[in-house]
Design a protein around this ligand. Structure first.
Ligand code: NAP
Length: 534
C-alpha cells in the first residue's frame, strides 16, 4: 500500500498546504520516499468546522451504532496489519513483535469501548423522582446523564505509534463518548498514521457515518498543534508526550476565551521502593526483573522504572553487585527518533558528570549514528538526592538512578519529596508490612497506580485501571487515559428537570427499554419506573 503523504479532512485526502517533511528511519537516518505535507491554518480551520458540523449528528448517534463503528475500525486495522507493521517498524525501530502486540492492544481498546457502549450504563444515569406533596415546597423530577463535549483534538504519542496514536486510547474513548476527533499525527511515524487514518475512514464509509467525524493532520513543527488547541470549535484535548510540550499546550488550552479541558499524560519516573526484608530475600531476582522492565521499549515507556529506592546494607550491596554484573552485556538499541536519543545522551552525560552520582554500570556502547541508547545505571546517596531536587525528573530512555538511604526514615523522606507519578512499585515481604503501611499514605497523594512485587510497565486494559496521576504525570489527576473510565474525559454531566418523558434521552426514560442499571431514588435498579413526567 503506497503512502501519499496527504492529510485527511472530511473523508478526502488533501495535499497539506504547509511545509513538507519526510519520515525518517531512526536506525539508518534514511528518509522515506513519501513526502508528507503539513496542514496550513486554513486546513486546520476546515477540519475543525467539519468536526463541529459532524458533532450535531454524531452526538445523537445510538450507543449501538457507535459500538459498531469502533469494532469496524478494528476490523479495518486488522485487514492492513502487515502494511502497518512494515511502516511502524521502519519509522520507529521498534521490533515487529512489539508492533504486532501493540496493534492487538489497539484493536482490543476499540473493542473494549464498544463493549462498554453495548452495556449502555456508562453514562451512570441518576433519577430522583418528583415528590409533588413535599412540604414546604414540592420536589421536582431530576435526572442526570452524560453528554459528549464536542470535537476533540488528539496528539499522537511518539512512543506508542498505535496504542496511543491515531486510533489509540484517546481517539477510541472520544469517539465512544460521541465526540468527533482530529488527530495531530506524530511527526515520528507519519506513514503509520496515514495507514491507520485510512482504516478509520474505511470504517466511517462502511458504517455510512458523516466523514467530518474524523480528521488527521500532519506537521513536524508547532503550528498545527497550536492552531488546533486554540480553535474555538475544539472542546477538549488528549495529549501524550513531554512535560514541556504538554505544559505549553495546556497553557494555551486554559487561556483561551473559552478554556477547555486538556488531558495531558506527561512525564513520570515511576519510583520503585525495595523494602528491607524483600530486598534481603530477593536481591538477585529483583535485579533480574528490574533489568527486564527497564529494557522494555528501550526504556521509552511512560511507566519505565526510573528510580529505585532502598536502605543501605548487605542486601542492597548484593542488588548493586548483581546489577553491575548483568548490565555491561545489555545491548544498546535504537531509540524512537534522533532527537529523543540526543536528549537521552545529554541527560545521561549531565548526570554522570555530577559529583554526587556514581555509575553502577553501563550497557554495551551505543552507536550514535544509529540513534542508539546505552543503558546507564547510576547511584546517589539519599542525602544528596534530597538536596538536589532535580534528580526526580524523567530521563526518557534506559537509565535508572538507585537512591541509597541510611535508614527507613530516610526512605520515607525520599517518598515525601516526590512529585506526581503514574506508578510506584513496592517490593515488600510480610515483615515489611509496617514500613509499607507508613509508605502507602505518602504515596497515595503522589501516585496514580500503586503496585506490589512488580513494575508498572504493563498497563492492563481494565475497568479498574487508572493511568494518570498528580502533576506532572498528568495535567488532570482526576482522570485516566487507559481503561473504560477514559471515556469520562470527553463527557460532561447534563441534568434534566421536570422534562417530558418522551423528550428525555433513552437512558433516562421511565420504560428503561435497555434495562440498564440506574440509581433511582438512591437505589440501584434496572427496572422500569412509574412517574408522572410524561
Ligand atoms: P513532545 O515533544 O511533547 O511532542 C508530542 C506532540 O506534541 C508532537 O505532536 C509535537 O509536535 C507536539 N508538540 C510538542 N510541543 C508542542 C508545542 N509547544 N506546541 C505545539 N505542539 C507541540 O513529545 P515527543 O516528541 O513524543 O518526545 C519528546 C520527549 O517527550 C521525549 O524525549 C521524552 O522526554 C518525552 N516523552 C515522554 C513520554 C511519557 O510517556 N512520559 C512519552 C513520549 C515522550 P511534533 O510532532 O511536530 O514534534
Amino acid at each position: 500500500m503506497s503512502i501519499s503523504g496527504k492529510i485527511l479532512i472530511k473523508g478526502e485526502w488533501l495535499l497539506g498546504a504547509g511545509a513538507s517533511f519526510n519520515a525518517v528511519n531512526p536506525c539508518s537516518a534514511a528518509k522515506s520516499t513519501a513526502v508528507f505535507r503539513s496542514a496550513d491554518s486554513d486546513q486546520v480551520a476546515l477540519a475543525a468546522i467539519e468536526a463541529a458540523k459532524a458533532f450535531q449528528s454524531y452526538s445523537q448517534l445510538s450507543d449501538q451504532k457507535k459500538a459498531n463503528f469502533l469494532r469496524t475500525i478494528g476490523v479495518e486495522l486488522e485487514k492492513i496489519r502487515s502494511q502497518i507493521v512494515e511502516w511502524a517498524t521502519w519509522e520507529t525501530a521498534l521490533p515487529e513483535m512489539r508492533i504486532n502486540g501493540e496493534l492487538g492492544r489497539t484493536i482490543g481498546q476499540l473493542n473494549m469501548f464498544a463493549q462498554l457502549l453495548d452495556k449502555g450504563d456508562w453514562k451512570r444515569p441518576v433519577i430522583d423522582l418528583a415528590q409533588p406533596d413535599r412540604q414546604p415546597l414540592p420536589k421536582p423530577d431530576i435526572r442526570l446523564t452524560q453528554v459528549p463535549l464536542g470535537p476533540v483534538v488528539v496528539f499522537a504519542a511518539s512512543n506508542f505509534p498505535l496504542a496511543f496514536s491515531v486510533a489509540g486510547g484517546d481517539t477510541a474513548s472520544a469517539l465512544a463518548a460521541g465526540c468527533p476527533v482530529i488527530v495531530k499525527a506524530h511527526s515520528a511515524h507519519p506513514g503509520t498514521s496515514e495507514l491507520v487514518a485510512g482504516a478509520i475512514l474505511a470504517a466511517l464509509n462502511e458504517c455510512a457515518l458523516p466523514t467530518g467525524i474524523f480528521a488527521m493532520l500532519h506537521d513536524d513543527g508547532r503550528t498545527v498543534g497550536t492552531a488546533l488547541v486554540t480553535d474555538p470549535s475544539i472542546k477538549a484535548v488528549g495529549f501524550t508526550g513531554s512535560i514541556s510540550g504538554g505544559r505549553a499546550l495546556y497553557n494555551l488550552a486554559v487561556s483561551r476565551a473559552e478554556p477547555i479541558p486538556f488531558y495531558g499524560e506527561l512525564g513520570s519516573t515511576n519510583p520503585v521502593f525495595l523494602l528491607p526484608q524483600a530486598l534481603e530475600q530477593q536481591a538477585e531476582q529483583i535485579a533480574a526483573s528490574f533489568i527486564a522492565a527497564l529494557m522494555m521499549g528501550v526504556g521509552q515507556f511512560c511507566t519505565s522504572p526510573g528510580i529505585l529506592i532502598a536502605v543501605k546494607g548487605q542486601a542492597l550491596d548484593r542488588l548493586l553487585s548483581s546489577l553491575a554484573e548483568k548490565t555491561p552485556t545489555l545491548p544498546a538499541a535504537t531509540m524512537l527518533t534522533a532527537g529523543i536519543c540526543h536528549s537521552y545522551q545529554q541527560l545521561c552525560e549531565q548526570r554522570k558528570a555530577m559529583p554526587s552520582l556514581t555509575v553502577i554500570a553501563c550497557g554495551e556502547s551505543a552507536n550514535a549514528d544509529q540513534s542508539q541508547a546505552q543503558v546507564a545505571l547510576l547511584r546517589v546517596d539519599a542525602k544528596d538526592y534530597l538536596q538536589q531536587g532535580k534528580l526526580e525528573e524523567e530521563v526518557f530512555g534506559p537509565a535508572t538512578l538507585v537512591v541509597c538511604c541510611e535508614d527507613s526514615a530516610q526512605l520515607l523522606a525520599v517518598a515525601e519529596s516526590l512529585g506526581g507519578h503514574l506508578t510506584a512499585a513496592l517490593f515488600a515481604d510480610t515483615e515489611d508490612r509496617e514500613l509499607a503501611a507508613q509508605l502507602l499514605p505518602i504515596l497515595q497523594q503522589r501516585i496514580g497506580r500503586i503496585l506490589f512485587d512488580g513494575y508498572g510497565t504493563g498497563v492492563e486494559l481494565s475497568s479498574a485501571m487508572s493511568h494518570g496521576g498528580p502533576y506532572p504525570s498528568s495535567t488532570a489527576s482526576q482522570s485516566t487515559s487507559v481503561g473504560t473510565r477514559a471515556i469520562e474525559r470527553f463527557t460532561r454531566a447534563l441534568c434534566y428537570q421536570n422534562t417530558p418523558d418522551a423528550l428525555l434521552p433513552i437512558e433516562l426514560q421511565n420504560a428503561n427499554p435497555n434495562a440498564i442499571m440506574r440509581l433511582v431514588n438512591d437505589r440501584w435498579s434496572s427496572a422500569a419506573i412509574n412517574s408522572t413526567t410524561d
